[in-house]
Design a binder for this molecule. Sequence first.
Ligand SMILES: Cc1cc2nc3c(=O)[nH]c(=O)nc-3n(C[C@H](O)[C@H](O)[C@H](O)COP(=O)(O)OP(=O)(O)OC[C@H]3O[C@@H](n4cnc5c(N)ncnc54)[C@H](O)[C@@H]3O)c2cc1C
Ligand code: FES
Length: 288
Amino acid sequence: MFKIIEARFLAENIKLFEIEAPRIAKKRKAGQFVIVRIHEHGERIPLTIADSDVEKGTITIIVQGVGKTTRELNLKKKGDIILDVVGPLGQPSHIENFGTAVSIGGGVGTAIAYPTAVALKQAGNYVITINGARNKDLVILEEEMKAVSDEAYITTDDGSYGYHGFVTDKLQELIDQGKKIDFVLAIGPIPMMKAVADVTRPYGIKTVVSLNPIMVDGTGMCGGCRVLIDGKAQFACVDGPEFDAHKVDFKNLADRNKMYHKYEQEALKHFEEKCKLTEKINTLEQAE
Ligand SMILES: Cc1cc2nc3c(=O)[nH]c(=O)nc-3n(C[C@H](O)[C@H](O)[C@H](O)COP(=O)(O)OP(=O)(O)OC[C@H]3O[C@@H](n4cnc5c(N)ncnc54)[C@H](O)[C@@H]3O)c2cc1C
Ligand code: FES
């Protein structure tokens, strides 16, 4: 049983949780994740450890409500309990002093890019962050990213805040300005990570992405998280989740992630119908 110590929305549909998990807080390194199960009938979902506080014995996760389980989790409040939090899982990010490192987060990917940006800064890199979102309201962790950056940029697709354009437009602009970039980390939606890889490939800039395949056990046993790296099968939960962006088969990843789309849609529909029914019963009870 894991108690929620703090819970607050950072943006619409994106919620930050601080959870009591002292042993995970002590062991975890940047780039690692936990597998969470809300209750005994719940599915297991992977979520990156965005931060931790060893003294308080807490870890921070940031959750975007995209389907049934993440939306159910986002209904949880301070004081509520989560049944299982397993971790830390996955390989820690490979951190060294590369020189100039660019950390790019797209949407909730920023929550995953943030701890690695912190570790890159601690290793002595000159850190540039590019934090992209569809619009101003969806920008998260702006202050936190700024605090670890030597240069920080916000980009929005609609131009409502910061630089008007995609994270890749800003990255290309920096390259065109002659900025010497030694390392790029990109985390976000699959098309965004692929686009970053396409920008850096011609310049031979070492680029790493954190992959988000469907995961089940998180221990290398089920094969659910199989990804193709340089034509060879790897398990993102134990071999990753970070891989060389120039070697990832992004099409295979996108196709595999679509495999359960029909069932995910059905689960979300049932969940929303249940929520509406509960709301109706509560309203009727209050009216009595
Ligand atoms: C290593 C790793 C770290 C992640 N970290 C974060 C994070 O910090 N914050 C965050 O909001 N999200 C994170 N995700 C994605 C998160 O796990 C999925 O959004 C979540 O599982 C969706 O579940 P759902 O039931 O709400 O949605 P569903 O309706 O089941 O699915 C919506 C979409 O989520 C993806 N998905 C579904 N189930 C899984 C699964 N078991 N594993 C991976 N992806 C799945 C699929 O692409 C699917 O199309 C991470 C994924 C991985 C692999
Ligand atoms: S999640 Fe089962 S092998 Fe990776």
